[in-house]
Design a protein around this ligand. Sequence first.
Ligand SMILES: Cc1ncc(C[n+]2csc(CCOP(=O)(O)OP(=O)(O)O)c2C)c(N)n1
Ligand SMILES: [Mg+2]
Length: 152
Amino acid sequence: MFVKGFFGGNGIVGAQVPVGAGIGFALKYMKKEACCFALYGDGAANQGQVFEAFNMASLWKLPVVFGCENNKYGMGTAASRSSAMTEYYQRGQYIPGIKVNGMDVLAVAHATKFARDYTISGKGPLVMEFVTYRYGTDTYLLRGWAFAFLAA
Ligand SMILES: Cc1ncc(C[n+]2csc(CCOP(=O)(O)OP(=O)(O)O)c2C)c(N)n1
Ligand SMILES: [Mg+2]
């Protein structure tokens, strides 16, 4: 994971998404045959700057895959209690979206390869939702479990 080309994470949820759009801009500007995967969670999907990044990436047809890891909880809060619309792959509106079974490693591999090829071909960005489930807690061990239990 911590290899060349990995640009790190961010303590502000969703803030890595515009960074990913910026990397996509740089890749296109330098005419590199590459794309950027900007990954974020269901809890980060409502951040305002995520939508700003979507807009610019689509406008400039940047080679970026916006990958939403939907593990059905943001910390301990169920997605249905935080998001007015939980079909995260449709959140790009004007950006094509794909919903992937995040529990199927082969489906993830195939969809990821497709997204890589699609964005590198110059068609613009994609939004991908990987549907999975939370097996462990977030920041707070006991609070996380308690919240997950109450919200279920
Ligand atoms: C802008 C901002 N608001 C609130 C927080 C506090 N916070 C930390 S993790 C988190 C939930 C993130 O949910 P998700 O992206 O689904 O990640 P998961 O809990 O599934 O790992 C929140 C709200 C933050 N880090 N940044
Ligand atoms: Mg989550």
